[in-house]
Design a protein around this ligand. Structure first.
Ligand code: SF4
Ligand code: SF4
Length: 90
């Protein structure tokens, strides 16, 4: 195996603080649609989002950061008032 095609052992983080470099939004096949009017600002979605891409502004959630939202649908699953629905698309 040459140095160029050497495969790192799974799970190794070879550079700290690199997650911002990987825009996981390109993985998305479904998009979370947030209904601001239904939202009760419980922040459950913020805590469950594995990409940490639901930002807060003055202690309230704001629109998803779609550069990093991978469309997993966890936010929609955990929202107690169904203020997020998943739709097909980017
Ligand atoms: S779909 Fe997944 S990645 Fe996107 S905001 Fe919801 S929980 Fe986060
Ligand atoms: S879980 Fe639902 S109600 Fe709670 S902050 Fe998120 S969108 Fe709003």
């Amino acid at each position: 195996m040459t140095e160029k095609n050497k495969i790192l052992i799974g799970g190794i983080i070879d550079k700290p603080g690199s997650s911002k470099d990987y825009k996981t939004g390109s993985w998305r096949s479904q998009v979370p649609v947030w209904d601001k009017k239904k939202c009760i600002q419980c922040l459950v979605c913020v805590n469950y989002c594995p990409e940490n891409c639901i930002p807060l502004k003055e202690d309230k959630r704001v629109e998803t950061d779609f550069d990093y939202c991978k469309g997993c649908g966890i936010c929609a699953q955990v929202c107690p008032v169904k203020a997020i629905i998943m739709k097909e698309g980017k």
